[in-house]
Unconditional design. Structure first.
Length: 219
């Protein structure tokens, strides 16, 4: 015959077992929910990766801001001549419009506009020439003014742009220092797929420059 205490223990044991069973069921449910959420997370990341590789959507508008329908996307997505000129001018300024205070940022932006092969070549040339050290030591800053620009070649894979301009040098450390020169630059631009990394659809494959005439030199 069971005592009251034994009967109470059995009842308590059953209640404990029921509570434990409920907790175990809830844990299994939470595990399943976590797996489902993890699967959704991976699908979201995969979708974001695919969307990120797509070319940016560009909506062409008229002079008054009305959207224009683009019927032939490959044709209308081609790099136009004004885009070639603008890209070449922007790169030339970032690459050769020296400024002792913004040199690192300007060159980083210029390197983002180069092909990988040309980046390696330019890094080697800059290290060997010691140009960056001279710009910083002398506190130089330059301004570039373009006089002529022309697209001399434009194919489906590459474009050649010719620029003529005046580069004027001054110094933060020496107010009397002045130097100006007329230069000609030729850029070989490689056409690539438009993307978030290359929205212009262009990369610099080669940059060549010659000095046409010294205009001013006060040191």
């Amino acid at each position: 015959m069971k005592t009251r205490f034994q009967e109470r223990l059995e009842r308590m044991g059953r209640r404990y077992y029921e509570v434990f069973g409920d907790l175990e069921s809830e844990v299994e449910f939470l595990k399943l929910a976590a797996l489902i959420l993890l699967a959704f997370l991976f699908l979201s990341l995969f979708g974001a990766f695919l969307v990120g590789k797509r070319p940016p959507l560009v909506i062409r508008v008229t002079d008054v801001g009305e959207a224009q329908a683009v019927r032939n996307i490959p044709f209308n997505n081609e790099v136009t001549e004004p885009e070639l000129i603008y890209f070449a001018q922007t790169f030339t300024r970032r690459f050769t419009e020296y400024n002792a205070y913004t040199l690192a940022r300007d060159l980083a932006e210029a390197f983002n506009q180069m092909t990988g092969r040309y980046q390696v070549k330019v890094k080697r040339e800059l290290l060997e020439s010691g140009l960056l050290a001279r710009v910083r030591e002398a506190g130089l800053h330059a301004t570039v003014e373009f006089k002529e620009k022309e697209v001399t070649r434009n194919s489906s894979e590459v474009a050649l742009v010719s620029l003529i301009g005046v580069r004027s040098l001054a110094s933060y450390k020496n107010p009397d220092y002045r130097e100006s020169a007329l230069f000609k630059a030729e850029l070989v631009l490689k056409k690539v797929t438009r993307s978030s990394e290359t929205p212009a659809g262009l990369l610099v494959e080669e940059y060549r420059e010659i000095t046409l005439n010294k205009l001013e030199a006060d040191k």
